[in-house]
Design a protein around this ligand. Structure first.
Ligand code: GCB
Length: 609
């Protein structure tokens, strides 16, 4: 592996193919054999200390042996690479993929040689204004070949994909097969031995075929994550998948799994393993991470903010965790750039077509905290239509931001009402609060009256579940204190009382989900105030009360299971480039709030009345 700016077509022409000088007179300015070794899968940022902050190109090279067989096709399959990837085989450019985190496959049959083959891959993790996401994110854009890379041999006529889903609660199952190289009239056998089922699906001239059957399978649920081995066979090949059957629906403001009302007892995550820096990529990584979600009493995980490795949904299927999957449409992106929309559609299409057989996946999320604008609405509407056309059996959501400045202004007045009646604040502060209420006149709220916050972002109209990120108890105090002209400490203390009277709702007859709330705590830091475990635990207690007061809320995924690497979080001694809102730290050490949330999930939030 070598790194630097060598770009295909540039002055140096990039660094494909692998070359060694014929003698000491030949000048070549790179040499793979003498360069650093890197493990794949694995991001490059955390394998070398000097590359932690690196945002540029890395060139990978390896030789591999193969004896291509006649009548077979060969595919280089990538689980995901971040962000722009160019693939060269024996010096020939094969393909370019723009966008990270999603799988893609390249047919390399015609470029393969018998014997040694020279594979060179350049991956650049630089992000731009028009990329998805932009360079401004609150996570580490781990670069490189972050996931498995495989050379796959198939017959020349082969299966490409298959979809199997429960159509309704009568037990009817529907499926689609997609093939390449098969002729119209050829068949694919789909069988589920455990259900004594087998059917021959005839493909049309587009290589696709459909089937439907009354199978009455045992249904998948968090309590009973039942999976079936499903086999797909053509004359030349046999593939299998483990698939669960379940029905997820939103009716009015409620959510139903297999016809039964449920609540999402969730937690948000990033794709980082416990106890190791970098991107998670193995089944064991996700078993450990999601195992911690199970230990929390969760039945749901929000896999924020981008598609994870394929193991994530497989592990969720096996553990009985419902899953929210998301694409990196994060904060503001170039809504009016057609190339940006193409990248976003590519992301969601590759994610949906990879995971549409995972029973665990119940929500596709198209965006996180995107401020309202007309171009944003048009962009996200196009994306939502794309998702629904690919898969209409799951719920579509987006984590909304709300109208934060309006909300904070209103909340400040309510806090003043609490402050004016409190003997825990100084006389000076009490006078400030009283003056503010006098000024508000008739609009001044009474202490203890409910503070209603209604999410009315018009995007809600296009979603099945209206999700909302809120930071009462954390950021909000910081913004409200200067508005009131009192100390942040006073606001933080009043905030907990005030939160007991907040009622959250959405202006749509739809279920509401709190997709984020949280507070930073450095593991082991004890005492009072921000960054202590006690303070974080208090935010979780106050949030739980607030959520119990808000009947439209059907699910929650607090931010976040584990502390994670974040460029924006520099505070020395506390953050050191990590976001500290985790319920566990990077080594898996649980903080107090972990137990507060576990008690809530096992107690007041456990059952739907
Ligand atoms: C958010 C973002 C998330 C951040 C989090 C925070 O609203 O969606 O990516 O990490 O807040 O900690 O501020």
């Amino acid at each position: 592996m070598t790194h630097g700016r060598g770009a295909p077509g540039g002055f140096f022409g990039g660094w494909a193919p692998d070359r060694v000088p014929v003698d000491e007179w030949q000048v070549l300015e790179y040499n793979y054999a003498g360069s650093r070794k890197i493990s794949v899968p694995g991001d490059f940022n955390t394998q070398f200390e000097d590359l932690l902050f690196y945002r540029d190109g890395v060139w990978y090279q390896r030789w591999f042996d193969v004896e291509p067989k006649p009548g077979k096709r060969y595919h280089l399959w990538f689980g995901g690479s971040n962000y722009t990837t160019s693939v060269y085989l024996n010096g020939t450019p094969m393909a370019k993929q723009v966008g990270g985190y999603v799988p893609y496959s390249i047919d390399v049959t015609d470029a393969l040689k018998s014997g040694g083959n020279d594979l060179v891959i350049s991956v650049n993790n630089r992000l731009e204004k028009h990329s998805v996401p932009t360079p401004r994110t609150d996570w580490w854009p781990y670069g490189g070949l972050i996931r498995d890379v495989m050379l796959i041999e198939t017959p020349s006529a082969h299966l490409v994909n298959a979809k199997v889903e429960l159509a309704d609660l009568s037990g009817r199952v529907e499926g689609v097969v997609a093939t390449q190289g098969l002729r119209a009239g050829d068949t694919v056998t789909v069988s589920i031995a455990e259900l004594d089922f087998s059917t021959e699906v005839t493909v049309g001239s587009d290589g696709q075929g459909q089937w439907t059957a009354m199978l009455k399978p045992e249904l998948w649920s968090p309590e009973n994550p039942k999976l079936y081995d499903v086999e797909f066979a053509t004359a030349d090949e046999q593939l299998s998948d483990r698939i669960g059957f379940r029905l997820i629906e939103a009716r009015g403001t409620e959510i139903f799994l297999n016809g039964k009302r449920i609540r999402f007892k969730g937690i948000s995550t990033h794709e980082e393993p416990i106890g190791r820096d970098g991107a998670a990529y193995s089944k064991a990584d996700f078993e450990a991470l999601f195992g911690e979600a199970k230990a929390l009493g969760a039945n749901f995980v929000r896999a924020a903010h981008y598609p994870y490795a394929r193991h994530a949904a497989q592990v969720a299927d096996e553990l009985g965790l419902m899953l929210w999957e998301e694409v990196p449409i994060y904060w503001n992106i170039a809504w009016e750039n057609p190339e940006t929309l193409e990248i976003a559609k590519d992301q969601i299409t590759r994610l949906v077509t990879r995971d549409w057989n995972r029973a665990s996946v119940v929500i596709w999320s198209v965006a996180n905290e995107t401020p309202y604008s007309e171009p944003r609405m048009a962009f996200l509407e196009a994306l939502i239509n794309e998702v629904r056309s690919l898969d209409d059996t799951r719920l579509v959501s987006a984590a909304l931001l709300g109208d934060v400045s309006r909300e904070l202004k209103d909340a400040a007045l309510y806090l003043a009402a609490y402050g004016a009646a409190s003997d825990e604040v100084s006389k000076h502060e009490r006078d400030i609060f009283k003056a503010m209420l006098d000024k508000a006149g008739d609009h001044a709220p009474a202490v203890g009256s409910g503070f209603e916050l209604v999410i009315d972002d018009p995007l809600g109209e296009l979603l099945d579940v209206v999700s909302y990120n809120e930071y009462f108890g954390w950021y909000y105090a910081r913004f409200i204190a200067p508005q009131l002209g009192v100390s942040e400490k006073t606001v933080r203390k009043l905030m907990f009382k005030f939160m007991e009277h907040v009622v959250l709702s959405a202006a749509f007859d739809k279920p509401m989900h709190i997709s984020e709330f949280g507070a930073g705590a450095k593991s082991g830091k004890r005492g009072e105030g921000p960054w202590t475990e006690e303070y974080q635990a208090e935010v979780y207690r106050a949030q739980s009360r607030m959520i119990m007061n808000s009947p439209q809320i059907q699910g929650m995924t607090p931010w976040i299971l584990k502390d994670f690497r974040a460029m924006l979080r520099t505070l020395p001694g506390i953050q050191d480039y990590r976001n500290r809102k985790g319920l566990i730290d990077e080594n898996g050490q649980r903080k107090q709030a972990f137990y507060v949330l576990r008690d809530f999930y096992e107690g007041s939030w456990a059952n739907v009345e």
